[in-house]
Design a protein. Structure first.
Lengths: 100, 496
């Protein structure tokens, strides 16, 4: 894994890494990927892809209301608030709000 | 065709499912609550919480998918779609990626160029529909001073059905017709209330155009238009975007092609009536989908599919077909108008039509009297004081009455909560059965005698003068059958 790939992954994960850290990560991530890559040696032609590790299906709950948290509790750990809203630094690209 | 290009549109529609509680927790989905009052550790994305799927949300999705003629996958699972945004506290959205619960269907729309005049069916392919959770709502500082944005997470985790159409819509009008049909159908089958103002229906449009250029078909780059807040703005933005792309193409026909650009996003500015294309992002969004480990897959049985189909009831498309057949025999256009008013209006119509027999005439009376009145009174048909049996009575009693008198009787019934017989007595309008032809003929003769000037004009060839004499007859013979009076008048004028 090269530095540019590490930079991209770091950006996606919103991690701010120094040049030194990027180097360390490139080495460590390469080692991890190399280790996991051993799986490629297995022949999986006749193996169904696994969607979930547990052999369990169809777990549902009824459509019933349960109490929500009091708004004081909701905002207790927020770094910043405005009235009963969470406050975040201004979002510049407001059109990004539309559905992803 | 006069346009130098063909518009190609695919729509992505998100509808909120009609559940009490959210998709993965018991918080309310009710619209309009005070900020952050409908959240809990699950929808706040606190560590260690476990989402559990809402059965009703899944059932409603299944119902909607069947109504959209989609195939139901026997095995389906959920995935995490990862991205950072303040309205998404978990930093991922639980959605469906490679194994959505439904795929390959279609919706029939009215593709007539003037849908107010005719009905021309067209099938629009649906690629897939899948079940996912909604994000929260951001509110931005509008002072221009760059103040903090505010986040309300009440909507977070609300169940959404995403319906993705094929790019088979060929005009702004078709896009609007598609949305009209989706809304009508999903409301009718109880899946969603589809209120765009409340965000329970949202729509993004993928637009490009095809142009015949130097003997080949050129396609412009795809633009996804967002921030559409009404069906009207969907149509307007498509028309605008097509023109804009055509202008771009004319500037650089060699390079402004679909293969040369990745899809861009544009926001619709409703006040200015323009799309604003956002700068190209350097890299395509990388959502790093992977299977959601906290939710187990769902396997759908044939019985469940049949139960969902039964809960669906009659679809507007089936209803339109039935209304065009005996005993109603409505035109495709009338069937469309009636069906668009919803199931309750259709049952009202059916109840009256079965008694009266003439389906077309009942439809005419309904459009002339009932539908407009409901609009004015902002009332639903099931609260309307003139019930179906009362309206049936009214139609029988006024069968031979002229239009103005009929409207007066209807108005009187409405204002006085009375029935047809009472209204007609009060207004001095006789019902058809109360007239005998001899008396009417005499009245016609009297009217001719009383209007020598009109008779003179008529004889000079001014046939319209006969209407003045007829008006005179109708004044004294309120409620007299129009066709009979006309016949007698024609006969007597020949003799006069």
């Amino acid at each position: 894994m090269d530095i540019d790939q590490v930079k991209k992954v770091a950006k996606l994960g919103r991690l701010d890494l120094t040049d030194a850290e990027l180097g360390v990560m490139a080495t460590q991530l390469s080692a991890i990927l190399g280790y996991v890559d051993q799986l490629q040696e297995l022949n999986t032609d006749n193996v169904e892809p696994m969607a979930h590790p547990l052999p369990v299906q169809n777990v549902f709950r009824a459509d019933e209301l349960r109490p929500s948290l009091p708004v004081g509790e909701v905002l207790k750990n927020a770094p910043s608030r405005l009235g009963d809203f969470f406050a975040v630094p201004a979002i510049l690209d407001a059109a990004d709000d539309a559905s992803h | 065709m006069s346009s130098p290009y063909q518009i190609v549109v695919g729509l992505e529609v998100h509808v909120q499912l009609l559940t009490q509680s959210k998709l993965f927790c018991g918080c309310s989905t009710k619209f309009g609550a005070s900020p952050n009052s409908q959240v809990c550790p699950v929808c706040l994305g606190m560590p260690g919480v476990l989402p559990v799927m809402n059965r009703k949300a899944f059932d409603l999705s299944l119902r909607a998918a069947l109504a959209l003629n989609l195939n139901i996958a026997s095995f389906t699972k959920w995935d995490r779609k990862n991205y950072y945004y303040p309205d998404l506290p978990k930093n991922f959205q639980i959605s469906q990626y490679d194994l959505p619960f439904s795929y390959e269907g279609f919706l029939e729309i009215n593709a007539a160029s003037d849908p107010k005049k005719e009905y021309k069916p067209k099938r629009i392919g649906i690629i897939r529909a899948h079940l996912e959770e909604d994000a929260g709502k951001n509110m931005h500082d509008e002072s221009g001073k760059g103040g903090d944005s505010k986040v309300d997470l009440n909507r977070t985790g609300t169940p959404l059905l995403e319906i993705v159409s094929k790019p088979e819509l060929s005009s702004p009008e078709e896009a609007k017709a598609y949305l009209d049909e989706i809304r009508l159908m999903l409301r009718e089958i109880g899946v969603s209330d589809c209120e765009m103002q409340e965000g329970s229906l949202r729509c993004d449009a993928n637009v490009n155009i095809h142009i015949q250029h130097e003997g080949e078909l050129a396609a412009t780059p795809l633009v996804e238009v967002k921030n559409l807040n009404s069906f009207g703005s969907v149509a307007k933005s498509i028309a605008y975007e097509a023109e804009r792309q055509y202008a771009e193409f004319q500037k650089d026909p060699k390079n402004y092609r679909i293969g040369n650009f990745s899809k861009t996003t544009a926001g619709w500015n409703d006040a200015k009536g323009v799309t604003v294309v956002q700068r190209h992002k350097e890299e395509a969004a990388d959502y790093r989908y992977f299977p959601e480990p906290d939710l187990v897959p769902v396997v759908v049985s044939k019985e469940e599919i049949e139960a969902a189909r039964a809960a669906m009831g009659e679809l507007p498309s089936q209803q339109r077909k039935r209304l065009q057949e005996s005993p109603f025999s409505l035109s495709a256009y009338d069937a469309g108008v009636l069906s668009a008013k919803g199931r309750r209006m259709v049952s009202y119509y059916e109840e009256v039509a079965k008694e009266i027999g003439d389906g077309k005439q009942v439809m005419n009376r309904l459009s002339d009297l009932v539908m407009g009145t409901l609009n004015e009174r902002k009332e639903e048909i099931d609260q309307f004081p003139i019930t179906a049996p009362k309206f049936t009575d009214f139609m029988k009693a006024t069968a031979k009455v002229n239009q103005q008198d009929r409207r007066d009787v209807f108005k009187h019934m409405l204002e006085n909560q009375s029935d047809a017989a009472t209204a007609m007595t009060a207004l001095g309008i006789k019902s058809a059965a109360d007239f005998d032809e001899g008396a009417l003929r005499q009245a016609v003769k009297d009217a001719i005698a009383a209007n020598p000037a009109a008779l003179e004009d008529f004889k000079k060839g001014k046939t319209a003068a006969a209407n003045r004499i007829k008006g005179h007859v109708m004044k004294t013979q309120k409620g007299a059958p129009n066709d009979v009076v006309q016949k007698l008048l024609d006969e007597e004028l020949l003799k006069a």
